[in-house]
Design a binder for this molecule. Structure first.
Ligand code: SAM
Length: 256
């Protein structure tokens, strides 16, 4: 998969791309990452990338022209057509379902805004989709772009060591994941639930599902009423023989 980021602060990506699973995936050739700086496509001596907003108001707006030239330069690096995303707090919020959809694209180009954002004409002409990482405002699109990259790459075949860890994660079944424990058995007076030490795999699976349900009901009851829960969690929970199926469906009905 190919990722591109359009950013006036490419240095922010240096450590991000040099560490952990992403660095390994880059080394293995599972993905490529192109960084393009609109500042390199300016024509004036000061390399201006922003200007005051028409109509007045505080702050600066990123100019459309350097962004457009930077974006167009990407086809010379690689001709693969791209899905262009502008990270913005006014876009729809990123979800796991959207992440999985994005993971099927051959190429994603992530446009990182700064200041008050980008000239709307750039968005109108070049952007396929706007995405927000949540209902709050950060100072630039770089961290939101990294969030998209971190979420999408986890879904790429061969990216994670154990495909198991992806299947059971929070949001993949419309539920939050069950709590985890590791050594030692007792930590500052708190002991690991004894069933987890029993070796009874079926009972452990049922216990974890019940824990995931309880955690979701307590921390994010809104998830139980979402279409994602309907589509994925219900089918997973109602697998023939699942002892929790009826109970879970009843709990959900009660929440409605
Ligand atoms: C300070 S913000 C601009 C906020 C903008 N004036 C507004 O009120 O919608 C600068 C840039 O950070 C990025 N950004 C900030 N919050 C974001 C969020 N929640 N999701 C995605 N991108 C965000 C966007 O690229 C945005 O153009």
């Amino acid at each position: 998969m190919i990722f591109d980021a359009l950013t006036i602060f490419p240095g922010l990506f240096t450590a991000f791309l040099a560490e952990s699973l992403l660095a390994k995936a880059l080394a293995k050739g599972l993905l490529t990452f192109n960084l393009v700086n609109p500042r390199d496509f300016t024509k004036d001596k000061r390399q201006t990338v922003d200007d005051r907003p028409y109509g007045g108001g505080p702050g600066m707006v990123l100019l459309a022209e350097p962004l457009a030239l930077a974006l167009e330069s990407l086809s010379q690096i690689d001709p693969t057509p791209s899905h262009v995303i502008y990270l913005t707090p006014s876009g729809p919020t990123l979800t796991q379902a959207k992440v999985q959809e994005l993971a099927t694209k051959p190429r994603l180009t992530l446009v990182c805004g700064r200041y008050e954002g980008v000239d709307q004409r750039f968005v109108d002409l070049f952007v396929n989709e706007e995405i927000s990482i949540g209902d709050y405002v950060v100072s630039g699109g770089e961290v939101p772009a990294m969030v998209v990259v971190e979420a999408v790459t986890r879904s790429l075949p061969g990216f994670l060591g154990q495909s198991e860890s992806l299947r059971e994660e929070s949001h993949s079944y419309g539920l939050l994941e069950h709590p985890h424990y590791t050594r030692p058995k007792t930590f500052r007076g708190l002991t690991v639930p004894s069933l987890l030490l029993s070796g009874h795999h079926a009972q452990i699976a049922a216990y974890r599902l019940a824990e995931a349900m309880a955690k979701t009901r307590s921390l994010r009851p809104d998830l139980l009423l979402r279409p994602e829960f309907e589509a994925t969690a219900l089918s997973a929970l109602t697998r023939p023989g699942s002892p929790l199926a009826t109970k879970t469906l009843k709990k959900r009905k009660a929440l409605k």
